[in-house]
Design a protein around this ligand. Structure first.
Ligand SMILES: [Fe+2]
Ligand SMILES: [Fe+2]
Length: 242
């Protein structure tokens, strides 16, 4: 999909949470609240980014529609943070300003240009695809289920969006560069799986989950992203960066 189409997609998705009815009686038991509290705080913080470095790199991309699509993408991620914050306010779960895992991801995203930024970003989004499934089923909250359902639908599109951009880099890079970047991505993905399991295992275990399952589910999403990049490579009509 070209970036003009991605721009239109993000524009048409700006009211994706409007269907949520905040007037329903939404109850969390103490046990449910204790299960999700610190984990939700960290993910809410992680979703909330100004994306300054990402936008700075995106502005250097040859296709000007990319930076416009990125602006809308950042706003969509900020809406994820806002809707989670609204849910937390409803259940009196305080927000946090910082967390060390989030700080590491933000630091990694700043360096080595757009390709690395997208690799770090897509790694977090692959985790999100598995995490929000668990979060949605960790409680009986109707509102949280609806929020997670919508975030998962958005993240499906984000993974395709990032795969489109990684395709541009892979298409024009040497075999050696491809091997190095893929190895870095797999290393980062594997390390992230361990860190996320350690920090969020209460939520990830809540519905019968265990580490092996979390690892497999996450890697399946990772391989799906790799397939999307390769599909793009196979159907790419021309060579040379867009
Ligand atoms: Fe998100
Ligand atoms: Fe995302």
């Amino acid at each position: 999909m070209d970036y003009q189409s991605w721009k239109q997609h993000f524009q048409s998705n700006q009211h994706q949470f409007d269907h949520i009815d905040w007037h329903v009686v939404d109850h969390l038991t103490e046990h449910e609240k204790e299960t999700i509290c610190t984990s939700l705080q960290q993910f809410q913080r992680g979703e909330n980014s100004e994306g300054k470095h990402l936008l700075k790199y995106a502005k250097k991309f040859a296709d000007p529609s990319y930076a416009e699509a990125i602006k809308l993408f950042i706003k969509e991620e900020q809406r994820h943070a806002m809707i989670l914050a609204q849910f937390m306010d409803l259940h009196k779960i305080p927000r946090i300003k910082d967390h060390w895992v989030d700080s590491i991801f933000r630091a990694l995203r700043k360096y080595a240009g757009l390709e690395n930024t997208i690799i770090v970003l897509v790694t977090a989004e692959i985790i999100a695809k598995v995490y929000y499934r668990s979060l949605g089923s960790a409680t009986d909250s109707i509102i949280l289920k609806k929020i997670c359902h919508q975030i998962l639908a958005d993240e499906d599109q984000h993974l395709l969006f990032q795969a489109d951009t990684l395709h541009h880099f892979y298409r024009d890079s040497s075999r050696l560069h491809q091997i190095v970047t893929r190895s870095w991505h797999r290393l980062l993905m594997t390390g992230t799986i361990f860190v996320v399991w350690f920090s969020h295992r209460k939520v990830l275990k809540s519905n019968g989950g265990f580490f092996g399952r979390f690892f497999m589910e996450t890697m399946l999403v990772y391989f799906e992203v790799e397939r999307s990049i390769k599909r793009n490579l196979a159907t790419s009509p021309e060579r040379g960066r867009a």
